[in-house]
Design a protein around this ligand. Structure first.
Ligand code: SF4
Length: 436
């Protein structure tokens, strides 16, 4: 069998299969470029089943490019809450504004213009142009590269740019004339439903007869993919500060700066406890120095709070970092009070500092050292670095905005998943008892 014949077998059988087996997905019901675009951005790193309710709600609230462009960013983030990778939402809105300003609100049909939109890479541009406008453009992502690697027995590392170029050429050649819309979706559908990463269903696969990978028994060893670096663990201390007096029933939250990780999302205040030393994993910090550090950093931000004890542990995984969170329930204290609590005599220094200054860092560090109950993995240098880093990260100059919120405010503010869960649990009474 020649390569031409193998390619033709693939295209014909795949299309036939798709026309019978395609899933009825909300963004497939119309050839609306905006719907295609939103769905493709949501589907990056996220499963179809997860995306469907988000897509329906997003389209109900922002039914067209103009509505998205004109919406407050906070509303857009709130509609994205729980999907993760929030820069996708911010880029989508920035690109909607580009479409309004540069293209009169109409999605451009020119490859360069689509590619120039914020957050749109080669895959998304290809998906929009082929699915919305039936243009013969390849749309190659990890799923498509897996299918092509297996079917054509391609041993090139799919993490390499040169392999992507090769795959795009190949995928472009496979598109039958006039059928780009269906063919590209068929290829995605095959990768999602049949040629799955760990257990491909070769026996029911529409292209199994001429699949070189299956014939060679290589379906489980392809594609070749160099492993990405594992995310770097960070130990972080989180304050769940309960309000008193006029803040009774409320919790202290803050908004992250306008740029960087989780920009403008809301969160519970937290500080870095211990970065991982070279070749080591940062372990949990003992409660006593942890509470001293947390109270000190809150004080530096202008809040007097007494940590009461550990409420829970949580984890938040990014592509490059994992936050291991030690969550401490704290109680708001009177700012002017002389009765600032003593967690331990050594921790007092943490309360006495006045601002995020070098002196502050030295004091907190002394307190942490004196408590001398640091986790075995944590070196004094590492502690010093972590406290300095914590102070830098929570410095007032960083544009952090603090406010007190009750359960009702949760409906408006956008939180990353981990803080959403922690706050929901707190307001449901989950941490009423903490271990001191
Ligand atoms: S036969 Fe198996 S390995 Fe080949 S494309 Fe189909 S599911 Fe994938």
């Amino acid at each position: 069998m020649g390569l031409m014949e193998q390619k033709q077998h693939f295209s014909v059988n795949l299309l036939d299969w798709y026309m019978i087996n395609r899933r009825d997905l909300p963004w497939r019901r119309h050839h609306n470029p905006y719907f295609t675009w939103v769905s493709e951005i949501m589907l990056q790193q996220t499963r179809v089943d997860t995306v469907i309710p988000y897509f329906n709600r997003f389209i109900a609230n922002f039914p067209a490019v103009q509505a998205l462009a004109e919406a407050p960013e906070e509303d857009v983030l709130k509609n994205w809450e729980g999907l993760g990778y929030y820069s996708r939402a911010r880029n989508l809105q920035a690109a909607a504004r580009q479409v309004m300003e540069l293209h009169g609100g109409e999605m451009p049909q020119d490859k360069q213009a689509v590619f120039a939109l914020k957050g749109v890479g080669p895959y998304t541009a290809g998906a929009i142009l082929s699915i919305a406008f039936n243009q013969p453009q390849p749309a190659v992502d990890g799923n498509v590269m897996r299918v092509l690697s297996r079917y054509f027995l391609i041993d090139e590392d799919i993490m390499k740019g040169s392999t992507r170029v090769l795959m795009e050429e190949l995928a472009g050649e496979l598109i039958p004339e006039g059928r780009a819309r269906d063919f590209n979706q068929a290829l995605m559908e095959l990768g999602a439903l049949v040629c799955t990463p760990k257990a491909p269903h070769c026996l029911t696969c529409p292209v199994m007869e001429q699949c070189s990978g299956r014939i060679a028994g290589r379906e489980l060893t392809l594609p070749v993919k160099t492993k990405a670096k594992p995310p770097r663990p960070e130990q972080r201390l989180v304050a769940l500060v309960e309000g008193r007096g006029k803040h009774r029933g409320q919790v202290l939250v803050r908004q992250r700066p306008a740029t960087g990780l989780l920009a403008r999302m809301w969160e519970l205040p937290h500080v870095l406890a211990a970065p991982a030393a070279a070749g080591k994993v940062a372990g949990p910090l003992a409660d006593e120095p942890a509470m001293a550090l947390l109270a000190g950093s809150l004080w530096a931000e202008g809040f007097a709070a007494r940590p009461e004890g550990l409420a829970t542990h949580a984890e938040h995984v990014f592509s490059h970092i994992v936050w291991n969170l030690q969550v401490y329930k704290c109680t708001e204290q009177d700012q002017g009070s002389d009765e600032l609590p003593l967690i331990a005599a050594e921790a007092r220094a943490a309360y006495e500092v006045q601002a995020a200054t070098k002196e502050m860092a030295a004091s907190v560090l002394d307190a942490a050292r004196s408590a001398s109950d640091l986790d075995g993995e944590m070196l004094p240098e590492a502690a010093e670095a972590s406290i300095n880093s914590a102070l830098t990260q929570t410095g007032k100059g960083d544009g952090l905005i603090y406010r007190w919120i009750g359960p009702k405010d949760m409906e408006k503010l956008a939180f990353p998943n981990v803080f959403l869960k922690l706050l929901s649990s707190y307001f449901a009474g989950a941490y009423d008892e903490v271990s001191e």
